[in-house]
Design a protein around this ligand. Structure first.
Ligand code: SF4
Ligand code: SF4
Length: 354
């Protein structure tokens, strides 16, 4: 086993060291829920928070951001890009959300590249927190191979002793050169010994048992099952319940669609170009100039989302379009479950193939 073993107090110190040169962002408890928020110090963080309502995506790809400002000078408009590149540290990011960020990295790096996302991402340190058990009943992250992350973080922490937090020990490993440098600079903790090896092996065995299979098909079979179900009645039947509210898009760590608008001063001499999140379940998402809507029917929109999450994004990027976090199931007041849609379509495809 590589890396170091830290006590709870040492982990807090390490996070505060990160916070000395970066804005700290991590899980904070609000009533019964947790949210990623900026904090002044590690003591404010709920490090064992099961899952935050939103993923930390919004700190890399904000719901609304100014991309550039423009002003008329000598009869011509001159534009000034707006880049946000203050260093941040995202703390206690769960494996599913790390997989989500890996997808965003891929999408926003596609030529010509998104300078705004990349400026933020270059200055982002990610400290991951491995999960020993599912965070919620709706999660099917293990089915999507997203309950563990081997890439996409600077440091990864796994809690070894699952007892009182203050007496817990943590195994910490670097996933990048930056992470290695931070660990070396910190210099605390101890090298893992035989007891830690045993604790780690026991934890891994428990983790393998703790995540039940919630998809009734193999994830590799899902893209073909969805394709075969493209004309299925399931879309229309399920969409009867859909309010087209877009809550499922809002909470999803892998949704990255956006709109661009120009806000212009009344005299027309200056303004700003603003990017804001969009959602494929909203009625006007596919509305184009001239008034035609390519997906005016909720069933078309539902199919679009489920096909993208289960097939099209994977085809295009080689990365999963859904990390199985279960947030959309939890957010949907109509109780529409993407996991159950995957299951229904896989079962239909199985019957068709009989
Ligand atoms: S959250 Fe549910 S009701 Fe709202 S758009 Fe998504 S599927 Fe439809
Ligand atoms: S589609 Fe739902 S379960 Fe999949 S990543 Fe998005 S919010 Fe999570």
């Amino acid at each position: 086993m590589t890396g170091r073993i830290l006590s709870h107090a040492e982990l807090i110190e390490l996070i505060d060291l990160l916070g000395a040169s970066r804005r700290l962002i991590g899980p904070v408890r609000r009533g019964d829920h947790y949210f990623y928020e900026p904090v002044a110090g590690a003591a404010r963080l709920a490090l064992d928070a099961p899952q935050c309502v939103y993923s930390p995506k919004s700190f890399l790809f904000p719901p609304e951001e100014t991309l550039l400002t423009f002003e008329k000078e000598s009869g011509r408009f001159v534009a000034q890009p707006v880049l946000h590149d203050a260093p941040i540290a995202l703390i206690a990011v769960r494996p599913c959300d790390i997989h989500g960020i890996r997808l965003l990295d891929h999408v926003f790096a596609a030529p010509p590249g998104d300078a705004h996302y990349e400026a933020r991402r270059r200055q982002t340190f990610i400290l991951g927190m491995d999960c020993a058990e599912p965070c919620r009943a709706e999660a099917f992250c293990a089915d999507m191979s997203a309950n563990t992350a081997h890439l996409g973080f600077d440091l990864m922490v796994a809690r070894l002793a699952e007892k009182l937090e203050a007496r817990a020990t943590y195994a910490i490993e670097a996933g990048s050169e930056t992470g290695e440098n931070v660990l070396a600079e910190f210099g605390r903790g101890r090298a893992p010994g035989a007891v830690d090896e045993a604790a780690r092996a026991e934890r891994a065995a428990r983790k393998r048992q703790a995540f039940p299979k919630r998809l009734r098909c193999d994830v590799d079979e899902l893209p073909m099952a969805l394709q075969r179900g493209f004309a299925s009645k399931t879309w229309a039947q399920t969409a009867q319940r859909c309010y087209s509210c877009g809550s499922c898009n809002l909470v999803c760590p892998t949704c990255y669609c956006f709109n661009i608008r120009d806000d212009i001063s009344l005299d027309g001499n200056c303004g700003s170009r603003v990017r804001e999140w969009d959602g494929c379940q909203l009625r006007d998402f596919a509305l184009v100039a001239g008034g035609h809507n390519f997906r005016s029917d909720p069933a078309q929109r539902l199919r679009h989302r489920v096909m993208r999450k289960g097939r099209w994004i994977q085809d295009r990027t080689g990365l999963p379009g859904c990390v199985g976090c279960g947030r959309c199931d939890g957010a949907c007041t109509a109780k529409i479950s993407i996991r159950e849609m995957f299951n229904a379509l896989a079962e239909e495809a199985g019957h068709d193939g009989d």
